[in-house]
Design a protein around this ligand. Structure first.
Ligand code: ATP
Ligand code: MG
Length: 451
């Protein structure tokens, strides 16, 4: 009876009714994990801990990915050793974090996160006035650690030595059913840590899983709680979302769950503005494609793209108020960066990359004399040029400018001179906008940015 009541308040569905203090143990035949997908360093860490007499498992996202047959991008390890005990076992190990203490174990460039099993003492953990847990460093047994994790599919433990998966909350069944289910009572779990709302969206979009109705229902109402989360953490989560390789799907899902509205100024701007949607869609598409191809993505480029149409709008307004184009662009950039920094905590380096990319844009219009060669030597030219191509592809500016720059970029010196001559002949000096008649999809759109 009491158990039934506890299950009820924990939100455990009758279908998965069982003792959540005892894991279901899956052997290699049942889970089918390919041992080749495991990193040798993860095995090194678990076996060192086990040889020292501790329990140690691969945990969380790595187990989920292994069960999905995907090579995990990183391996988290869970153990009953305390952070100090872990640190003593490895040559390069560092205890980090305040809110949630963990140990970073390094092997060359490879970094593994080792966490000590968390206890179920969230009720007594220090919280802010909205119920957000400020610190969570109470240790406990494995079944309590499982209960503190966010989703059933993230709460499984794999022991490489025995090749067994320990599943406390029906995660393997949820993986098969492609379902994201929060552990425990959804409202309470979102209140403890509102970032879980962003996480569920990211996982749903990335894994193409369905959010179980009870897990999805409170999100729209509880979304404003994200306002109380420190900006740096929201930024980290946003970056994970945008770099997940499924950025576009993630943003669409955020919108669907009502998470973009009023809480992340960036997304309000991006998703409520029809003019910018095409541009943003192209930018996120190309980001996703780069990640799929194993290429790097610069956060500065990403955020510069997301906010470009807001910059355009303000740039137009400053020019209409009588500013010269270049100072007007800088003022617009200042405004946009300032309004975003408050909640997103854009790091200084990212902010300066964004500014560089934006400031380069009017310089692409100068296609005579020494200006193009000078621009080509700009240390951030490649980012500025990729950005220009996105503007062309979205129809904001004439495709011909992008084609000219592609040719110029790819050419040797002699062909560059010819291109400069053709640039001059095409009448492409400093300010083409005054000389050209307004054209569909052309630069005139820029000047009327507020539509
Ligand atoms: P990814 O593939 O993006 O790394 P992940 O599930 O591994 O996904 P991490 O942020 O690396 O995500 O977290 C590792 C594990 O820690 C999660 O799988 C989950 O078990 C637990 N976890 C992380 N963040 C939270 C949270 N906010 N609340 C509860 N548990 C969390
Ligand atoms: Mg992870």
């Amino acid at each position: 009876m009491i158990k039934k009541f506890i299950r009820k308040i924990l939100g455990v569905k009758p279908a998965v009714q069982r003792d959540i203090n005892e894991p279901v143990v899956l052997g290699p035949q049942e889970h089918g994990i390919d041992p080749k997908l495991l990193s040798s360093n993860a095995i090194r860490v678990t076996s060192s801990l086990q040889e020292a007499g501790f329990e140690a498992f691969v945990v969380g996202g790595a187990v989920r990915d292994l069960l999905l047959g995907v090579k995990p991008k990183d391996f988290d390890i869970a153990t009953n050793a305390t952070p100090e005990q872990v640190k003593r076992l490895f040559r390069r190990a560092f205890i980090i974090g305040k809110r949630f203490q963990i140990v970073h174990v390094m092997f060359g460039q490879d970094l593994l996160e080792v966490t000590t099993f968390r206890g179920a003492g969230a009720d007594s953990a220090p919280k802010d006035e909205h119920g957000r847990v400020l610190r969570d460093n109470t240790f406990g047994p494995q079944h309590e650690d499982a209960l503190r994790r966010d989703f059933t599919i993230n709460a499984m433990y794999y022991n490489p030595a025995t090749q067994q998966v320990l599943d406390y909350h029906g995660g393997s069944a949820d993986i098969r059913a492609k379902t994201l289910r929060i552990i425990g009572q959804p409202e309470a779990r979102y209140r403890e840590d509102p970032v879980r709302m962003l996480r569920v969206v990211r996982f749903a979009a990335r894994l193409k899983f369905t959010i179980e109705p009870g897990t999805a229902a409170p999100i729209a109402v509880m979304a404003p709680l994200i306002n109380n989360v420190p900006a740096a953490r929201v930024f980290d989560e946003m970056l994970k979302l945008l770099m997940s390789g499924h950025a576009l799907a993630c943003l669409q899902q955020l919108r669907k769950e009502g998470l973009h509205h009023g809480l992340l100024p960036l997304l309000d701007v991006v998703l409520e503005q029809p003019l910018g949607v095409k541009f943003v869609t192209l930018a996120l598409d190309s980001t996703d494609a780069r990640i799929a191809a194993g290429k790097t993505v610069s956060p500065g480029f990403l955020f510069a793209s997301l906010l470009w149409h807001q910059v355009l709008e303000k740039w137009t307004a400053y020019r209409a108020a009588g500013e010269f184009p270049i100072p007007a662009l800088h003022l617009a950039a200042d405004d946009v960066l300032e309004s975003q920094t408050e909640k997103l905590a854009l790091q200084r380096k990212i902010g300066s990359d964004m500014r560089d990319i934006w400031a380069m844009q009017p310089r692409f219009e100068r296609r005579v004399g020494k200006a193009p060669q000078k621009l080509l030597e700009h240390p951030r030219f490649r980012a500025g040029y990729d950005f220009l191509l996105l503007r062309c592809a979205s129809g904001e500016i004439d495709a011909e400018i992008g084609e000219w720059w592609t040719a110029f970029y790819d050419s040797d010196e002699a062909s560059r001179d010819a291109l400069l001559a053709s640039g001059a002949a095409a009448g492409a000096p400093g300010a083409p906008k005054k000389k050209r008649p307004p054209r569909r999809g052309g630069r005139s759109k820029l000047a009327s940015g507020g539509e």
